[in-house]
Design a protein around this ligand. Sequence first.
Ligand code: T3D
Length: 260
Amino acid sequence: MNDVLYSVDEAVATITLDRPEAMNSLTVRAKTDLLEALTSAAQAYAVRAVLLTGAGRAFCAGQDLTEHAANLEAGRGLNDTVRTHYNPIIRAITEMGKPVVAAVNGVAAGAGASLAFACDLRIASDRAKFTMAFTGIGLAPDSGASWTLQRLVGPARAAELLLLNEPIDAARALELGIVSKVVPAEDLAAEARALAVRLAQGPTSAYAATKQALASAAGSTLNEALELEADLQDACAKTGDHLNATRAFLSKERPVFQGR
Ligand code: T3D
């Protein structure tokens, strides 16, 4: 991988977008690397949580517009880029059976904001900024922003943010519920890591089931949600983590989750 750093420590896979000179904007190579990193994290048994962040002063400025301009010049449409690259990345995050935390260290623009929205939890530096950017260059939202942002802030706010394309700072992102916590820039790496390590020490199967239930409930009836919850609960109830945590509770001990 050239444009993404990947490391695993304490069962946390840290994925760092690494094109700081171009605000970690996404070229084909960067998108290919990112998908490869996400796939590795999903497949590695030893990985139980994922942390996504950016190198330098940006989280991710979305599509690399230099490469994009070259595509336009060459008469290539966008369907290929969106379907071939962005959509698999978003699915890799949302369908990953492990929690994914975004440590938003700086600006998140366009598909870069979509990346953060697709993660399960977002913690931001006080220097972070979100800018939807799409309409700023005459494009509509992609990489799931029309779906994820609406679920984070509601349809009216999502329309406002996407149509007006006014940047919002970290404090406003916290007010709107886009991020769950804002910390001083110098504390972000440690705080985000602590959160990811905490998740990596948790009941991985129960987290996967929680992600699945939430994603499914967004498009289901209550009865469908009740049925899926019953199936997922049945599966979770058969895990060693559940058995051990129940025993630990009755023994007044702290549960130690093995992730299975
Ligand atoms: O092709 C397809 O698949 C379509 C898919 C589209 C999905 C999308 O993501 S559309 C949205 C694309 N992104 C944008 O429109 C954001 C463009 N960037 C900005 O608006 C601003 O740069 C930022 C708000 C992100 C940051 O502003 P600021 O003032 O902090 O920094 P800057 O000076 O504008 O940028 C610093 C450098 O990064 C600069 O390069 P230079 O002059 O130092 O050599 C700038 O050109 C470069 N940069 C920033 N964003 C991009 C970028 N280079 C390429 N692509 C970028 N997206």
